[in-house]
Design a binder for this molecule. Sequence first.
Ligand SMILES: *Cc1c(COP(=O)(O)O)cnc(C)c1O
Length: 410
Amino acid sequence: MAAGCSNSDKALEDRSMALTTLQNELMAELEAIRAAGRWRELRLAQAPPTVTFLHSGRRWVNFSSNDYLGLATHPRLIAAAQAATARWGTGATASRLICGTLALHADLEAALVNFKVGGRSGYRALLFNSGYHANLSLLTALADARDVVFSDALNHASLIDGCRLSRATVVVYRHNDVDDLRAKVAAHRQARRKLIVTDAVFSMDGDVARLSELLEVAEAAGAWVALDEAHATGVLGPGGRGLAATLAQDDRPLIAMGTLGKALGSFGAFVVAPSVVIELLINRARPFIFTTALPPAPAAAALEAVRMLTESDELTRALRANIVRMATALGFEPTWPTPIFPILFGTEQATLAAMQALDERGFYVVGIRPPTVPPGASRLRLTVTAAHTEAQIAAVADAIQSLPRPAPSQ
Ligand SMILES: *Cc1c(COP(=O)(O)O)cnc(C)c1O
């Protein structure tokens, strides 16, 4: 401050030059992204995105949401969130380990243990603020430089980032290829700990992990399977209990993670696992320890969603019926297992053109490009929910069938 006039002019000039250099660099980076057809921008929803999506003053039929059961705007979830806010306030006030563990969190964790493993003794659940946090937590708490993590080639970015952050040796196996996995596990016998991580439902491909075979490989090698049920929760298994739920009878080397922000219509995530795993997460997982606890409203909404799925399978059956309708209309196998339908176009440009053509016919189906998918694997990712009508499904399938398509759909 006390510097002389010429000095301060010089400092100002240096700073403005530095800013210009930074701006030029960033603009060049953005230009490269745009030139590659990978530009991303935010679309402002002017109403809650449901089976319709209102933006730029126009309403589209929405086939891009992960609100598979239509719960995000359900009156029961809204009422539960409102009541919890009235009773508990708007914020959890601190991290879970300070004073932010509310009785509401414990109720939701107990409900999740019931939902996922029938309340099996020796199992616990732990909430996280998002699936991203949960995956970073699991991988960094369970694995370090002495360990090997075997990761499916098409795993979600949050699992990939968790692998990187853990400092473990990461071995990528071919997508859903159990033989490749078995060979790779055999080549790493000496590792202290072996962890196989996989999406349960692959988020951009809609196919399902071969869990029982993965568990066989794990059991033979003394490894664990960490299963990401982000798109399986509320979707697969009896009453939407997920892929892991069908295996809950036996003590398998299985850790299940799921999210509350997709089919459960709320926000946040959970891990259900043997109690020792949960204790370790509480004691070691930095994305759990160093963050403010989940607020009351989303916790209560998720609890209400779990209650609804426990009471009745009406919604999960309605979703299943619409999956079959969409699969049939799009020419997928009628046994297609999930609400996610990948429609491959290959290049970014072809995908964007397809998205634009559907946009003009009143359908919002989002295009997925690298780095979310590998280069050359750009696609439309269409999702169907329990709330779509038969007519909406038929109409979008008709529009998709009429698109010029350089690659087959599966
Ligand atoms: C969406 C998603 C996540 C992240 O969950 P959030 O709660 O949205 O952070 C993790 N894994 C998979 C497979 C997902 O699709």
